[in-house]
Ligand binder design. Structure first.
Ligand code: C5P
Length: 401
């Protein structure tokens, strides 16, 4: 029960996704949380306060100036009671109010008055999500360490398709991590590989792939959030190294292999997220290969399999690998899990161009010897958090066995 005895204020604002909030309350309560619901006036147009009172087992608050409610549990008291404040769904209007620190109703006032971490599950039309004002507000709120859960991509109530759907209630409930659990990996060392490798052919040409490094970088941040000391070993990418994470830049697979092996004596968990080139040219030429009338034949030799080498070490860390597949996802992933001697494998379907390699989103099927879990399509940052939580749980269980 990840949220046992955790006090959560659920703020509901006026979006159509509000109809899912009774289910969200049930999911939170099932995880052991105490939930108090606060609604804006427009939220009440979409979902009944009575339903939310029934599922939460607590009176629903909606009025800053209600003297009876203030006498029972005043807004400052309520703000202090909370271990977390979750706004779901959060409309574009509510995000704007939060950005400017308005306090003209109970929910916006609580956001200013609470010392608890604030989580926002946005829900709006995709055009509204992409609007310059919303994107600017998002940046400001993220800088204030307000944590965003979603939005998800997909078909919207208005018929549009794109980002702006509220995450499903179960996803939201799974993503709330109480501060007491946040340090699941405190004192642990994690090495993560990310991005592509680049195999030089001659001084101007190389062989590589479409990996952006986003998933590996998001995993590094997620592991750091859980208290781990992270070494990120990255191939060539267009991403800023994450703040406060030791990042080692490499170009080719052999360099990545060497950099990883330097960390394995002290690392507890190894995550092989890089898209490592399986082959390199046998002999890189010193000079540029000149064009000629005849065909060009290059001989490729195999690169070392970094992940497999780490997992086969006598004192191997807990290992997580990735499997990008275009078919037979489960079968190939399970084969890789066994063959490479891994503790876990996260498989994704790269035949779906809306997720994976270069996109902002991904979906994963995670397998280990005694179980499996599907992580639905979500922003890579969000998915990375879910995956790291799963890794931490499995790692702790394995080391306690
Ligand atoms: O066998 P395949 O390349 O599909 O396996 C993918 C997994 O193995 C990924 O986790 C990737 O980081 C890792 N890998 C590696 N070294 C290689 C090839 C793949 O670490 N040379």
């Amino acid at each position: 029960m990840q949220l046992k005895n955790i006090n959560i204020i659920l703020g509901i604002t006026g979006g159509i996704a509000a109809y899912k909030t009774p289910d969200l309350v049930r999911k939170l309560v099932a995880k052991g949380a105490n939930v108090r619901v606060v609604m804006t006036d427009s939220a009440k147009e979409f979902v009944s306060p009575l339903a939310l009172q029934a599922v939460s087992g607590n009176p629903v608050s909606d009025n800053l100036l209600d003297k009876d409610a203030e006498a029972a549990m005043g807004h400052i008291e309520l703000a202090r009671w909370a271990d977390m404040l979750l706004v779901a769904p959060a409309t574009a209007n509510f995000m704007a109010k939060l950005t400017y620190g308005l306090a003209d109703d109970l929910l916006s006032t609580l956001c200013l008055a609470t010392p608890a971490p604030i989580y926002i599950a946005p829900a709006m039309n995709q055009q509204m999500w992409f609007a310059d004002a919303t994107q600017a507000n998002l940046k400001i709120l993220a800088q204030r360490k307000i944590q965003f859960l979603g939005p998800a991509q997909g078909e919207q109530a208005c018929g549009d398709v794109g980002p702006g759907r509220m995450l499903e209630p179960q996803e939201i409930a799974d993503l709330l991590v109480p501060e007491s659990l946040e340090q699941l990996l405190a004192g642990k060392r994690i090495t993560i590989t990310a991005g592509p490798t680049r195999e030089e052919i001659d001084p101007v040409r190389y062989l590589s792939n479409h990996s952006s490094g986003k998933m590996g970088y998001a995993l590094a941040t997620a592991a750091q959030e859980l208290g781990a000391t992270v070494t990120l070993i990255s191939g060539p990418v267009n991403l800023q190294p994450p703040a406060l994470i030791k990042t080692v830049s490499v170009i080719n697979a052999q360099q990545m292999h060497d950099a990883v092996m330097q960390t394995t004596d002290t690392c507890d968990i190894f995550v092989g997220c890089a898209a490592v080139a399986d082959y390199r040219v046998q002999q890189k030429t010193e000079q540029k290969i000149k064009k000629s009338d005849s065909e060009l034949t290059l001989t490729f030799i195999k690169n070392p399999d970094i992940l497999s080498d780490v997992a086969h070490l006598a004192n191997a860390p807990f290992t997580l690998g990735f499997a990008a597949e275009t078919q037979n996802l489960r079968e190939y992933a399970l084969d890789k899990l066994q063959r490479k001697k891994l503790n876990m494998i996260a498989a994704n379907d790269v035949s779906d161009s809306t997720i994976g390699f270069n996109s902002e989103q991904n979906a994963l099927n995670v397998f280990w010897s005694k179980g499996e879990k599907k992580l639905e399509v979500a922003d890579k940052q969000l998915l990375a958090r879910q995956l790291m939580q799963l890794v931490a749980q499995r790692y702790i269980e394995d080391t306690n066995d």
